[in-house]
Design a protein around this ligand. Structure first.
Ligand SMILES: C[S@@+](CC[C@H](N)C(=O)[O-])C[C@H]1O[C@@H](n2cnc3c(N)ncnc32)[C@H](O)[C@@H]1O
Length: 373
């Protein structure tokens, strides 16, 4: 099967590295989706192990289309009966970009009609009751080429299951994992998130360092499809065998809000990593450490609720505090345009990332390395 992994802008390189580590090399990315060939076993592995992919889709076909008639014919020509049953609950998801067919809702309606007609013909039934397993069908028209997909994940892969309580402006788990993966943080190094909010960064860092598969415990839509063999138990077993059960990490997470800290603590417990994270309620300005060569990885506020001068002062003080730790490195994600200037200088590493569709900078300042390196 042809598999597609949609990725958020800016995290493509991280997902490719994650794919490489799982044994899937040289996967091209087209229009924000990484493409590779695979079986249902690979579908299960990708869903369970990938940290920063958004979903795992099966692409049934792609055709040039400029009219609804062409769209209907293209959809009707595909073997939906190999994946769907007379009871499938069909949900449509559409996108259009730089194409003549811009009305995505109408396009979804046309494709659904083609699928229903094809299923009736091929399965020999007069109607479909849609009372069974959910199948999200994607129609994505890009440069007048329509791609038809089935979503094996169901819920987006950022929904690991540990984050059940809301706190302000949480980071998407898939983006947080990409930040961890592209920083110099590795197991054994001290780690600090000084604006931890609901705890996403320290939790993702702990899961990464301990090789904990992010989605080993959650459910996926494809397991309910009649066409899919029972592959998930074997992949969950692999996840259990490959996680590191002996290393003890030294992660620190703090926030100025007592409420945020208690939420983060609860989430860490749910994720099974609380014994590796020390939580504290503190202003980031008070942070200091006896440990050497640590990594600060944070997502400070940048929302509209802070006044410009307060925002500038916050980043200025963050930079000042950081410079009191000369051998530490510091990475942060921020949508504040003045972040670098206020922090006190140009970052050595800089990348554009999107968090919940907000363009952000991901800045990295590298500390003094150990003498023997
Ligand atoms: C954008 S949120 C972080 C969201 C977090 N990454 C998550 O996934 O939930 C910014 C956080 O910074 C905290 N904060 C604001 N000023 C602070 C300060 N001076 N020191 C420490 N934390 C602060 C806020 O309470 C808020 O939780």
């Amino acid at each position: 099967m042809q598999l597609l992994i949609p990725v958020a802008a800016g995290v493509e390189a991280s997902v490719k590295r994650q794919l490489n580590a799982l044994g899937y090399g040289n996967c091209p990315a087209i229009n924000g989706r990484i493409s590779l060939a695979g079986s249902f076993f690979d579908v299960a592995r990708l869903n369970v192990f990938l940290r920063s992919g958004e979903r795992v889709l099966i692409e049934l076909g792609a055709f040039p289309v400029t009219t609804f008639d062409e769209l209907y014919d293209a959809a009707f020509s595909l073997p939906w009966e190999e994946f769907l049953s007379p009871h499938s609950l069909i949900r449509m998801d559409g996108k259009s970009y730089k194409s003549k067919l811009v009305a995505v809702k109408a396009a979804g309606g046309v494709v659904k009609k083609a699928i229903v007609n094809r299923l009736k013909e091929k399965l020999g039934v007069s109607s479909l009751d849609e009372k069974g397993e959910r199948v999200i069908v994607g129609v994505s028209v890009f440069n007048d080429v329509a791609s038809f997909t089935l979503d094996t994940s169901g819920e987006g892969l950022h929904k690991r299951g540990y984050r059940t309580l809301a706190y302000e402006a949480p980071l998407k788990e898939t983006v947080a994992a990409a930040m961890v993966e592209s920083s110099i943080y590795r197991a054994g190094k001290p780690f600090a998130d000084l604006f931890c909010g609901s705890g996403t960064l320290p939790i993702e860092a702990a899961m990464y360092a301990l090789h904990i598969a992010p989605n080993a415990k959650r459910e996926f839509d494809f397991t309910k499809w009649k066409c899919a063999p029972e592959v998930l138990p074997r992949v969950r077993q692999e996840a259990e065998e490959t996680r590191d059960k002996t290393t003890k990490l030294s992660l620190f997470a703090s926030d100025i809000s007592e409420n945020a800290v208690s939420i983060a603590r609860y989430h860490a417990k749910r994720a099974g990593v609380s014994e590796h994270i020390r939580f504290s309620c503190a202003d980031m300005r008070t942070f200091s450490s006896e440990e050497k060569y640590g990594v600060i990885l944070s997502n400070p506020p940048y929302g509209e609720r802070l006044k410009e001068e307060d925002l500038f002062a916050l980043y200025r003080d963050f930079g000042k505090m950081y410079r009191s730790l000369p051998d530490w490195s510091c990475y942060f994600l921020s949508g504040y345009a003045e972040a670098e200037r206020a922090f006190g200088g140009r970052a050595q590493k800089r990348r554009k990332l999107f968090n919940a569709n907000i363009p952000c900078g991901f800045y990295g300042y590298l500390g003094k390395p150990p003498e023997n390196i």
